[in-house]
Design a protein around this ligand. Structure first.
Ligand code: UDP
Ligand code: MG
Length: 310
């Protein structure tokens, strides 16, 4: 059986259409399926729509969070509760074309353990958004070696991969990179990002930025090492300046040099502050992880239960 995991946050306009579209495609291809809608603490009628959909189609299940925990939490709740031999994660807004699922499923049957759908084109996105995504992926690749170019959360995974992901102990997750970090035989299919079926994007520029910083720091220690190197660089500069000052002093030509002092204080001050800030950031991550809080809290479920939790 194929589990389809659909994170949904304030998607009441989309639930019925998405459930209908995906179910029709899978039934058409004779693929045994379950649809798992994970309601990520929506404030609208999403949960009611999911319940209705589960009454209409017994293959539809719903998991409702106690509040908004973010898409990552929703994906991992879906993985934990998936009963299938493989599972695919897909957006609720039909921006990931569900017509691709049968093709991904066949690749899985052919032996692929992960089938990644990569974006051939990014669809309608602002220039700034595109640029931001590009530089984020570049940084991720050069610092952690994981190539995320065109990557999306639209992926099909074998049971082995799902179990591997479920066993990861960390709280702060980045599904897109983790699913490549765990390894396994991977195949790729390309797709074009579709326009949103209904509603608005749930990610603001601010949340995207937080997302980027979060993910860079959970995948690479480069920023922390960078500080050391900046420190070394400034050490060398200080040495040169120090020698120069001493030479001038002994030659009796010691200038007023007031501006140099101020500049130096400013620059070192700034470097130390930035350094402490970065260290603080990693420290806060350790703090977050060590608290061992769950990634999400489930408040309600609907439809027949299959996975471990529900
Ligand atoms: N989503 C979620 N929790 C959130 C934000 C988004 O479960 O806090 C879901 C959302 O319902 C959708 C998917 O994640 O199914 C992708 O979100 P969206 O379409 O808003 O992002 P975009 O396509 O603009 O990147
Ligand atoms: Mg979308």
């Amino acid at each position: 059986m194929l589990s389809v995991i659909i994170p949904s946050f304030n998607e009441h306009e989309n639930i019925r259409r998405t459930a209908g579209t995906i179910a029709a495609i899978l039934r058409n291809e004779n693929i045994d399926y379950e649809l798992i809608f994970v309601d990520d603490g929506s404030h609208d009628e999403t949960w009611k729509e999911i319940t209705d959909a589960s009454l209409f189609d017994p293959n539809v299940r719903g998991i409702g969070f106690s509040r908004n925990f973010g898409k990552e939490g929703a994906i991992f709740a879906g993985l934990k509760n998936a009963a299938g031999d493989c599972a695919v994660v897909i957006d609720c807004d039909l921006q990931h074309p569900p017509e691709l699922i049968p093709q991904m499923y066949r690749l899985w049957q052919g032996g692929a353990e992960v089938v990644e759908a990569v974006k051939a084109s990014r669809g309608k996105e602002g220039l700034f958004h595109k640029l931001f995504a590009k530089s984020f992926y570049k940084l991720m690749k050069s610092s952690s070696g994981i190539n995320l170019d065109g990557a999306s959360d639209f992926k099909l995974m074998d049971r082995k991969v799902i179990n591997a992901l479920n066993e990861l102990p960390e709280r702060i997750t980045f599904f897109r990179a983790l699913s490549s970090w765990v390894g396994f035989t991977t195949e790729r299919v390309e797709f074009d990002v579709q326009p949103r079926a209904a509603g608005k994007s749930k990610f603001s520029m601010k949340s995207l930025f937080r997302f980027a910083v979060n993910n860079i720091t959970s995948f690479t220690n480069l920023p922390i090492h960078l500080i050391t190197w900046v420190g070394v660089l400034f050490g060398v500069l200080a040495l040169i300046l120090g020698i120069q000052t001493l030479v001038k002093y002994f030659c009796g030509t010691a200038a007023e040099g007031f501006s140099t002092v101020i500049l130096l204080i400013l620059i070192t001050g700034a470097c130390v502050m930035v350094g402490i800030g970065v260290i603080g950031y990693y420290l806060s991550k350790i703090y977050e992880e060590i608290k061992q809080r769950p990634r999400y809290i489930i408040s309600r479920t609907t439809g027949k239960s299959g996975g471990k939790e529900a």
